[in-house]
Design a protein. Sequence first.
Length: 381
Amino acid sequence: MEQSYSFKGSETVITPALIYYRDLVRNNLEKAIETAHGAEHLWPHVKSHKMADIVRMSMKFGICRFKCATIAEAEMAASCGAEHIVLSYPLVGPNIERFIKLSEAFKATHFYAIGDNLNMLSRLGEAAKCSSLGNVDVLVDVNMGMNRTGVPLSELTSFCDACASIDGLTFKGLHCYDGHRTEHDYHDRKQQSDHLDSALKPLLKSICKNHQTCSLIIIGGSPSFPCHAESHLTDGEETKQVEVYYSPGTIFVHDYGYSKKFPDLPYVPAAAILTRVISNPGRGIFSIDLGYKGIAADPAGIRGQLLGVEHCEEMFQSEEHWTFRMQPGHEDACPKVGEELFVIPTHICPTSALYPSVIVVENGEVVDEWEVTARNRKITY
């Protein structure tokens, strides 16, 4: 990796420390906007960073819609003045009332819920009718083949009909997340995305014919949104009222996992962890102060790319330690105690949630500190 993550004043930073590089985040934002053919087509997810500062930065680029996984994330985005927020997580239990209270508190923000269960949607409708809102806008969650949440395509038309009939709700469109689109080769990913879009397109026409309130689709994730951005889901008179939005998330910060898995994505990891060597317990062996309490422990395999140290291999990792061994013949190149190193996390999303704040670097100097605002699942509501 050619990008340098070193910065002035690092010797005073307590490690491990998560560093965000503001210029790189900005560059990634600009690339995403170009791929989406304009900021007005983006509905990005905030779950990778959970930071009000990045929401505000995105808004300066013209992005006014945000997608959230938790009510805390939605509160954070609303506090920044976001115009539209979708809570892309099924509402059950006390989260129904929390969503209603949040919507009541931020009148200037247009909130949307998603759903794939008519019983829970009916409860949401009842709660909306009993509140000052009177009504909640809802997107039907579509199972695009990931089989995590959503209504199967075979049942989508009838489900939308039933959803639209629930008092207290307005059926506004579809939420179509295809997180299983992880093909390494872009052309394979595009082919699979096109296949899904072709299956969805006639269903959308039928749904729009029956429901004039159907006005938007949020589709795709970081790997697949470039594919959907080149499709034509809403061609034709039947779907002229529908706006299509794309919802990448990870790419604004990016990470080692995405860099390795999706080489076609033109983004640069904008976060790194500063760590230090704390021990040389044997010849050619070194331990750093970055255990799995400081970096995401998923997915299986390497948890981060250790920069600047060649010919080494991981031995094991524990809560506060990560131990490596130099390969035979390279023992003399072993990093020494006190040496600073940088690691690019394999998975930035849960890594960010491990830190209360991040140090912000630009042009090789510390310029700010950003709170990880929504790292907890509850802020106020």
